[in-house]
Design a protein around this ligand. Structure first.
Ligand code: UT7
Length: 328
């Protein structure tokens, strides 16, 4: 069994920050950011909650699909930047869009989140004959979790959301999901602290570097080394399962973290950059929203056409990685 992407929608907040805007916060330059990352600008959530951005993308995806939201049986939201510890963003959006017959939950797999969510959706559909449509949303507002005094991370991230309505089909499909938790301390943001009233002091080092709550820490060099290996590995593992190679794929849509990572992966896989969808220049790194934002943009531009084979490849905190190969 495979899946069909019935329709997609996206949402980018209005506010745009250029590289030069970061000169207000840190010692940096447009030239450094462009050369080392490929990023020129990124969208920043202002007043928009993360769930609201996801709602806007979801409404567009449902409209494009031409379905009744009541026919959606499951809403999965991928996010690491939720407005709430609970409830899930998926539950909020489920109500907001009138998907009154859907189950709903959030999934946390960082920048691999959309790939994880699509594969989870597929597995749900495979085991539930009554599940007609699954709505998968990736919505992120990294700008709220950034240390604006850390020049090596604050310039990287952007905000945005994208969503897809999926249905069962007999189209080609393969996937590979993986995690290397040994790298958990290389990319993280703390979420919890004990209330002083009940805290019991204890000398305990959890091995995570010091960083204030809700601020992203990244060991850029280490994550870079991981990413350039994980990207080709994830694709090959999914491709081998269905006995296909790079030449069978029309479009590669990798996580948009750094143009140098994408170029190195293209080289490692022995394919030209013309097969890669690149949006990192105007989106920055939007974590799990980056792949569906790129996919949606390429579909809307008419670059990706029905019947073409695409490979979605994610990597990120966890350290997670994975790939989904499907036919559009
Ligand atoms: O989405 C999750 C996955 N994340 C990723 O894939 C990110 C992976 N990592 C990267 O993309 C890169 O490691 C970065 C873009 C984060 C950093 O690039 P780099 O080429 O690894 O730079 P670096 O950290 O080695 O820094 C080189 C120099 C340093 O100066 P010195 O020590 O050589 O004097 C940095 O202080 O560049 C300096 N630097 C900057 N200079 C101007 C770091 N950030 C900046 C900046 N502007 N924004």
């Amino acid at each position: 069994m495979g899946i069909n992407i019935l329709g997609m929608g996206s949402y980018l907040p209005e506010q745009v920050l250029t590289n030069n805007d970061f000169k207000k916060f840190v010692d940096t330059s447009d030239e450094w950011i462009k050369t080392r990352t490929g990023i020129c600008s990124r969208h920043m959530a202002g007043w928009e909650p993360t769930w609201y951005m996801g709602r806007q993308a979801a409404l567009k995806a449902v409209e494009k699909s031409g379905i009744d939201p009541k026919e959606i049986g499951l809403v999965i939201t991928s996010t690491i930047t939720s407005d709430f510890l609970t409830p899930s963003i998926a539950s909020i959006i489920q109500h907001e869009i009138g998907a009154e017959n859907a189950a709903a939950f959030d999934l946390s797999a960082a920048c691999s989140g959309f790939v994880y969510a699509v594969d989870t959706a597929k597995r749900f559909m495979q085991t539930d004959d009554n599940l007609k449509y699954v709505l998968v949303i990736a919505t992120e507002a990294l700008s709220r979790f950034i240390d604006y005094s850390d020049r090596s991370t604050c310039i990287l991230f952007g905000d945005g959301s994208a969503a897809a309505v999926l249905e069962k089909s007999d189209k080609l499909y393969s996937s590979f999901l993986a995690s290397d938790g040994g790298g958990a301390r290389k990319l993280f943001a703390r979420n919890m602290q004990q209330a002083p009233e009940v805290r019991i002091e204890r000398d305990f080092d959890d091995g995570f570097p010091e960083k204030p709550m809700h601020q992203l820490f990244q060991d850029g060099k280490e994550v870079y080394k991981f990413a350039v290996k994980a990207l080709p590995k994830a694709f090959r593992a999914a491709a081998e399962k269905i006995n296909i190679t790079t030449s069978d794929i029309d479009w590669f849509i990798p996580h948009q973290a750094n143009i140098r990572i994408i170029e190195t992966a293209a080289k490692n896989l022995g394919i030209g950059m013309e097969k890669f969808v690149v949006t990192v220049d105007h989106h920055g790194n939007t974590s799990s929203a980056s792949i569906p934002l790129a996919l949606c943009e390429a579909i809307d531009k008419g670059d990706i056409k029905r019947g073409q084979k695409i490979a979605l490849i994610g990597f990120g905190a966890g350290l997670t990685y994975g790939s989904v190969i499907l036919e559009y």
